[in-house]
Design a protein around this ligand. Structure first.
Ligand code: NAI
Length: 341
């Protein structure tokens, strides 16, 4: 663990692995230049830690976030089909980070097929199929349990409607498959409708997930707040990222009543790791969400403005956005825009 000199807010940083350390360093430099004073507490998690300590998520990391209440996290690789349980999922469950929020909006200067996209994905973050409750019944037969509770469904629905109210958004669309999963998704939908009745100023409608995917690709500008259970939220978040330029530009937060962990929607992008070609925008914008959460709205606005200024010049865009800038060239452009702003 390394600690920076004394400053304003204390924030845990988990650099992660793959492209995580590169994009985390870029985000940290931008936050440090934003005029907000942060004391970073750096903690490691993931496969390298598991080799040393026998667990990919040491309890001291969870404790550090409980203590500070806030973390900025780079992506952490999860082995496919075997190996340790996802650090990301474990962290969300241990800290009761029940709401994943992904604001998805068209950024000026980012080439994409659509304009005027401005929606928010609100994903239930603690249960559903994503909890990974699986077992082998007999060889060749496995079961995966989808647990949906009334308490968690009411909690996330209330979160989504409160967000709509606070942000002046007019509609929450509940996304489900209650025609097939009549009990589990039926409960989720029913809870959302009950909560909707308490928010007469916010319209509420619902869509079956497959239809929702199609409608999003046809006319994403028609959507406002999307409320989804865990697995659907995971998949639709990536789809929505694709509407506005890809995973390199969409930020995220995992919020609970006591703690908040800010991280991009994207993963560790092993294909780009160590090459300094990844786009750090998503984590930089996640950091701006973190600044807002800390009450540092002016610094958050400065970061967003600097990102938009840097992206406005095609020479600064990274490869995922059709440009040829490296992570470092782009980050320097954001830092210059911050200094000149
Ligand atoms: P991924 O998001 O890492 O990559 C998908 C595609 O998007 C790749 O082509 C990648 O190069 C590109 N991409 C992602 N982030 C980018 C960025 N910042 N700039 C430019 N291009 C970017 O998804 P994938 O490959 O499915 O997952 C890789 C690993 O990440 C897995 O182990 C997965 O479990 C983990 N993961 C971790 C997450 C987290 O820590 N919150 C979230 C999602 C996945």
């Amino acid at each position: 663990m390394t600690t920076a000199p004394a400053a304003g807010h204390r924030v845990v940083m988990i650099p992660g692995d793959g492209i995580g350390p590169e994009v985390s360093e870029a985000a940290r430099r931008v936050v440090d230049a934003s005029g907000c004073s942060i004391e970073w507490e750096i903690h490691e998690a993931g496969a390298a830690v598991a080799e040393r300590l026998g667990t990919p998520l040491p309890e001291e990391v969870v404790e550090a976030i409980r203590r500070t209440g806030v973390a900025l996290k780079g992506p952490v690789t999860t082995p496919v089909g075997h190996g340790f349980r996802s650090v990301n999922v474990t962290l969300r469950q241990k800290l009761e980070l029940y709401a994943a929020v992904r604001p998805v909006r068209s950024l000026p200067g980012v080439p994409s097929r659509y304009e005027n996209v401005d929606l928010v994905v609100v994903r239930e973050n603690t249960e559903g199929l994503y909890a990974g409750l699986e077992h082998e019944v007999v060889p060749g037969v496995v079961e995966s349990l989808k647990v949906v509770t009334e308490a968690a469904s009411l909690r996330i629905a209330r979160f989504a409607f409160e967000l709509a109210r606070k942000q002046g958004r007019g509609r929450v669309t509940v996304v489900h498959k209650a025609n097939i999963m009549k009990l589990s998704d039926g409960l989720f939908l029913d809870c959302a409708r009950r909560v909707a009745a308490e928010y007469p100023e916010v319209a509420c409608d619902d869509l079956i997930i497959d239809n929702c995917a199609m409608q999003l690709v046809r006319a994403p500008e028609r959507f406002d707040v999307l409320l989804l259970e865990n697995l659907y939220g995971d998949i639709i978040s990536d789809l929505c990222a694709g509407l506005v330029g890809g995973l390199g530009v969409v930020p995220g937060s995992n919020l609970g009543d006591r703690c908040a962990v800010f991280e991009a929607v994207h993963g560790s992008a092993p294909d780009l790791a160590g090459r300094r070609l990844a786009n750090p925008t998503a984590l930089i914008l996640s950091a701006s969400e973190m600044l807002r959460h800390l009450g540092e709205d002016a610094a958050a606005d400065r970061v967003v403005a600097a990102v938009e200024a840097a992206l406005a010049d095609p020479a600064h865009r990274t490869r995922d956005l059709g440009g040829s800038a490296t992570l470092d060239e782009y980050t320097e452009a954001v830092l210059r825009a911050l200094r000149n702003g």
